[in-house]
Design a protein around this ligand. Structure first.
Ligand code: ZN
Ligand code: ZN
Length: 219
């Protein structure tokens, strides 16, 4: 017998106290605690125990820390929340911004030609950063879903972005060619409550597993 209001961890449908599985989607039943999680698509805060999708952008929210991962991601090509592609490519892409600033040196470079080295470096950084964000977006849109496992979650003291340290999540995932290890930097400190060994979904390009992303993305 569970105490409190029982609901499905996947679709949040209220279920009978004695049910083991959700009558609507087959998900696990629990008494849901109030959890505020940031949306991985737009960074808005949401009460994850009250909604499965972000109130601001409609994107799918990550699962509650310490609970089973969500059902399998939708079939490709997947829909990405509105505005997300622009944020990943430009507005939330530090190397893109650095590249763009370097390119502005083309103006003083026209008077003093050795300065032209800066816009040249800028073009190089810009192309590299756009390629990197394209890989991330491609994995989300058309990657193959596979089981991912969290290895470690910690505050990365070696990295400072705007005087803050990101939360680093190390994870591994299964591919037909073996297990691959990767990591992401996120900002929502609620992620620190995700235990090592927690399962999640990773979507990846089988031809190049370095092109991968957690689904749904974490903030
Ligand atoms: Zn359900
Ligand atoms: Zn959102």
């Amino acid at each position: 017998m569970k105490h409190g209001i029982t609901a499905c961890e996947w679709c949040l449908t209220e279920c009978n106290n004695e049910d083991l599985q959700c009558t609507k989607c087959g998900g696990p039943i629990a008494v849901l605690e109030p959890w505020v999680l940031q949306c991985g698509w737009c960074s808005s805060s949401n009460r994850r125990d009250l909604t499965t999708n972000c109130k601001s952008c409609g994107g799918e929210l990550p699962h509650i820390p310490g609970t089973p991962r969500l059902p399998e991601p939708p079939v490709a090509p997947r829909f990405l929340a509105p505005g997300y592609e622009n944020r990943v490519r430009y507005r939330k892409n530090p190397s893109f911004i650095v590249g763009a600033i370097f390119i502005f040196f083309i103006i003083p470079g026209m008077c003093l030609w050795p300065i032209l080295i800066f816009p040249l470096i800028g073009v190089f950084i810009l192309l590299w950063s756009l390629k990197k964000s394209k890989h991330k977006l491609n994995a989300l849109k058309s990657g193959v879903p596979t089981r991912g496992v969290i290895l470690d979650v910690f505050i990365d003291m070696d990295q400072h972005i705007n005087h803050r340290n990101p939360v680093r999540i190390d994870y591994e995932f299964d591919t037909p060619d073996g297990t691959i290890t990767d990591y992401v930097n996120v900002w929502d400190e609620t992620n620190l409550r995700r235990p090592a060994g927690e399962h999640l979904w990773v979507v990846f390009n089988p031809k190049n597993p370095k092109e991968n992303n957690i689904w749904p993305p974490l903030s």
